[in-house]
Design a protein around this ligand. Sequence first.
Ligand SMILES: Cc1cc2nc3c(=O)[nH]c(=O)nc-3n(C[C@H](O)[C@H](O)[C@H](O)COP(=O)(O)OP(=O)(O)OC[C@H]3O[C@@H](n4cnc5c(N)ncnc54)[C@H](O)[C@@H]3O)c2cc1C
Length: 401
Amino acid sequence: MDLKSNEPFWLLKNGLTTSYPSLKSNENCDVLVIGGGITGSLIAHQMISEGYKTVLIDKREICNGSTSATTSMLQYEIDVPLFELTEMIGEKGAVASYKACSDAIDRLEKLSKLIKSDAGFKRKKSLYFAAKKKDVNWLQKEYKARKNAGFDVKWLEAAQITEQFEFENTYGGILSKQGASIDAFKFAHELLEHNGKKGLKVFDKTEMKKVEYHKGFNLVKVDSGFQIRAKKILYCIGYESKNLLKENFVDLKSTYAIVSEIDDDKFKNISSTLVWNTDDPYIYMRTTDDGRLLIGGGDEDFYAAEKRDALLNQKEKEILKNLKKIKPDYHFYTDFVWAGTFGETKDGLPYIGEHKKFKNSYFVLGFGGNGITFSVTGMEMAALFMKNKKHLLSEYFKFGR
Ligand SMILES: Cc1cc2nc3c(=O)[nH]c(=O)nc-3n(C[C@H](O)[C@H](O)[C@H](O)COP(=O)(O)OP(=O)(O)OC[C@H]3O[C@@H](n4cnc5c(N)ncnc54)[C@H](O)[C@@H]3O)c2cc1C
């Protein structure tokens, strides 16, 4: 599956930062991480920190899957509103899922300090506004649910949004204190480099083809014919897990993003705030640390990469039309436009856990708009799995739920 179109911004901005070898001999390790995107890099970091002999492989160049296409907004807010998630899975699980995403942002900040990251982690507020009058009622209900759960939120009337952000035609919204943005592509590379110095072995252009389960270990055969003997396998293979797992657990979507220079005089507070709205499909935006505005949206069902990429021009126009609704006089000069594939689950939650058909293995599949924060939660969950323990969220993120 081709996970993204050509020209994703982060890949162009950073280029091929590091070259990794492909596997050219047999390996023996405690943990094999399959997948070298942001998820695999975070999980490998966790494993190295816990003292496991760890190998990571990726069938592409490192971070050339969804991680190169992401808009990298770090939000505690899940695609499914808190009040709706509460109706679906109960208050305990819903609040714990939101809190886990909130904690993930704090954890990423600490981690980026620890590795002296240059990937532009920046704390931001998050504005979630009503795009239509009919959305105001449920958005206010959502505001109350978040406030009751202890999140630092304010309700802003339309006039206050205009005053604080110079956006027109909104109908009010929730301003949250918690949020951040980062360059996940660069951060993942930095994590691998940091852990490479601590013993992590990374091989790209190395595809897992077959796994044999033996008592106490797995034998993983890769495309070059070499094999890796690993006590545990941690699958961090993103949306391509849909090809490996036969059940219907995620709906694939195409999503689009554009980026351009930003005219600071025409925007207020944009570089300190993540912005998204209730439209269907919704738009979302953030600034980058090199002074650009990145806008995403245009989501629709994914059928094939060619079909997704053929819509690039049309989707660019659609996103810009949506931007015009709130910034009628602003002209956006598109620098790059790209498309990516992402996955939506029935409850907006990820799949992180064991799968009955894969022994001695654990999946960390951060799906939805919060893919990255879910992957951070996956770090502590995977660490507990290694010790045969369960996490509070295991019940809510498990397969077959
Ligand atoms: C346009 C767009 C915008 C997004 N915006 C946001 C956002 O603002 N915030 C957010 O949190 N998330 C966002 N997401 C989602 C986020 O990008 C993903 O959750 C995240 O990048 C997934 O990372 P990953 O490492 O799990 O997957 P990937 O980056 O896809 O990495 C998985 C890797 O596994 C490898 N692999 C697969 N099969 C095998 C195999 N058999 N052998 C070896 N290797 C294999 C692949 O080559 C790939 O590199 C967005 C996604 C898109 C496309």
